[in-house]
Design a protein around this ligand. Structure first.
Ligand code: AMP
Ligand code: MG
Length: 590
């Protein structure tokens, strides 16, 4: 028996990233860019106004206020899409709409609300002049040429998966097509004398072929193009003919015929046309699996088409598809994230493991009170496809365990979770910031305890201005670093420490990969410049001002309410802070 990992590694070692194709951007959704995209233009192409208002010279507004307006002569108006006909000379202004090019001479825009335009109109006054009610700085509400994208900039890198936003970016560059890794064509063949087409009446002893449809739908879901070959009968001739029809595809998937009964026919056919291995994979459902390379001669050259032979039982074929065919299709499409999105959940039923295989139990995951729960979807026979239809995940139970008991924590591969983007489990990172003595370390400590109680796996991140206690001179790790090792990893039976020399103060994004992906939440102390959600701890006695501006904060934890528009949580109430984090940042699944 080989492990799931070994089987996957073998499959992946035989599939390659496919070649490029150029096509209209709207047809490229979820495909991978095959070349870098540089901008042929500046965006925006000209300096323009970010507001509806008046384009003017900032110096003409010096000292302006509501009580002492500065009056300017209005010399024209510019709408978005047209070019200014006049320039702004000292003492003048031009009425301007959002997106309209900034006229020559102007260096700022004052929005309507900061002028007397409305009161002038109401009092029937003329608009040949305008009163400016605030002092403008140079550049106020001006969007500069090339501010978003500069001509020649590398905008999208090869390897990027195109989502609607990237397709929009391509359109903004004036690119109507993109060069992407092409989608694999996957030929699908069901085998078995008992199978009847979906639109045929059932004779006695027969069943409808459902695998073709499940597999074709999965191929489409993950970005491939299914090519349905139909039903092959359990005879050498029938199978040989059908398989030939599939050899112009990029991959061939068959179902059935790999278990003991019809093993020999399939084995003979496959062996005659390629190199095929029959494996017993340490998993349940899905133990028998075939994999090989089918040969196709094209003139003088010989092409090899990867062939994956899935078991016939409908649940087994689907579970093995998810484990082996899906990653192969994603790899051919040039994707790098091949693992299924996974979460940790409390299992609500016992699952026994009698024969030391990895169990993929069909479960339905729900979220209650900040925790995921997984309940098994009824009888788990590998022929019961409705157990799959009721499931939104596969709970993974180790081959090295005797099973799990209700209440145990398990990993669940989510079947439905945001399609391809959901693959990387995004790890929520919350920074706890605050002045020194505000109590942020205490809050961190209490939150860690609280989330532990709520069964989250928490990692803590601490920014230290000075050196590090663990990196003491004289220690072996220190000596290795002195000798020139860029990174030192010290491992012991119960701890792992990683010390790496860095040439700048890293931000959270740079540090995060060293954590790995096993955590549910990262709590960071400090890192006030990071773009991750931040909660500031504030104490009245340290002054009313905050370290961060209100727009940067998700909440403040304070012992004296402040008159600002940010969620405020009571200082000392860890449960309230944990509830806030859980509700706002820890993801939900239905
Ligand atoms: P096999 O692997 O061919 O021995 O098939 C195992 C079980 O799966 C048998 O009960 C088959 O009838 C069933 N099965 C095989 N292929 C299909 C299919 N395409 N659709 C539905 N059930 C199938
Ligand atoms: Mg069969």
């Amino acid at each position: 028996m080989i492990s799931v990992e070994e089987a996957l590694e073998k499959v992946l070692s035989h599939v390659k990233v496919l070649g490029p194709e150029e096509k209209p951007i709207l047809d490229c959704l979820e495909q991978v860019l095959a070349e870098d995209v540089y901008s042929p233009i500046d965006i925006p192409p000209l300096d323009n106004s970010a507001m509806d208002g008046y384009a003017l010279r900032a110096e003409d507004t010096r000292g302006a206020s509501k009580s002492s307006p500065r009056y300017l002569v209005v010399v024209g108006e510019i709408a978005a899409g047209s070019m200014p006909a006049k320039e702004v000379r000292p003492g003048t202004a031009i009425r301007i709409m959002t997106g309209a090019p900034l006229p020559e001479g102007a260096d700022a825009v004052v929005r309507f609300e900061d002028t007397d335009e409305v009161s002038r109109k109401l009092s029937g006054g003329d608009l040949s002049h305008i009163g400016i009610l605030c002092q403008a700085k140079k550049g106020l509400d001006v969007r500069c040429r090339g501010e978003d994208i500069a001509k020649g900039d590398l905008i999208l890198k090869k390897g990027k998966v195109l989502r609607p936003q990237e397709i929009g970016v391509l359109a903004s560059l004036g690119q109507s097509t993109a060069v992407v890794v092409r989608r694999p064509i996957v030929a699908i063949l069901a085998t078995g004398d008992e199978l009847t087409g979906v639109d045929q009446p059932l004779a006695s002893g027969k069943i409808h072929d459902s695998n073709t449809y499940t597999i074709a739908a999965e191929v489409s879901r993950y970005g491939g193009i299914p090519k349905i070959l139909g039903i092959g009968r359990d005879s050498v001739q029938s199978l040989t003919e059908k398989i030939k029809e599939g050899l112009d595809a990029d991959m061939l998937i068959t179902s059935g015929g790999v278990s003991k009964g019809d093993y020999d026919i399939v084995k003979d056919v496959l062996a005659a046309h390629g190199e095929v291995g029959f494996w017993t994979v340490c998993m349940k459902p899905g133990k028998p699996l075939a994999f090989g390379l089918m040969k196709k001669t094209e003139g003088r050259s010989e092409k090899k088409v990867p062939h994956l032979g899935l078991p016939g039982n409908p649940v087994s074929s689907m579970v093995t598809f998810e484990q082996f065919a899906r990653p192969a299709i994603l790899k051919m499409m040039g994707k790098e994230m091949l693992a299924k999105p996974a979460i940790r959940a409390i299992i609500e039923d016992d699952v026994v493991n009698t024969d030391g295989r990895r169990i993929f139990a069909r479960v339905n995951v729900t979220r209650r009170g900040g925790q995921y729960y997984a309940s098994v979807t009824g009888p788990q026979g590998s022929g019961i496809l409705t157990s799959m239809a009721k499931a939104n995940g596969l709970a993974v139970i180790s081959e090295n365990s005797k099973g799990v008991k209700a209440g145990d924590m398990v990993e669940v591969q989510m079947l439905d979770w945001g399609g391809e983007q959901g693959e990387a489990k995004t790890l929520p990172i919350i920074s706890i910031v605050g002045k020194s003595q505000s109590g942020k370390t205490v809050l961190m400590e209490k939150l860690i305890v609280e989330f532990k109680i709520r069964r989250y796996k928490v990692a803590a991140l601490k920014h230290s201005r000075g050196g590090m206690e663990i990196d003491r001179p004289g220690k072996d790790s220190w000596r290795f670093a002195q000798a020139g090792s860029e990174a030192v990893l010290i491992s012991s039976p119960d701890k792992l420490a990683f010390i790496k020399s860095v040439d700048h103060d890293l931000d959270i994004e740079e540090i995060l990969p060293t954590f790995g992906s096993e955590f549910d939440l990262v709590l960071a102390e400090g890192f006030r410049k990071s773009k991750n959600p931040k909660i500031e701890v504030h104490r009245k006695e340290l002054g009313d001002d905050l370290l961060c501006s209100p727009e940067e904060l998700s909440a403040i934890v304070t012992d004296g309410p402040l008159d600002i528009d940010v969620a405020q949580l009571p200082w000392g109430d860890t449960v309230a802070v944990a509830d806030f984090i859980e509700k706002n940042f820890l993801r939900t699944v239905n």
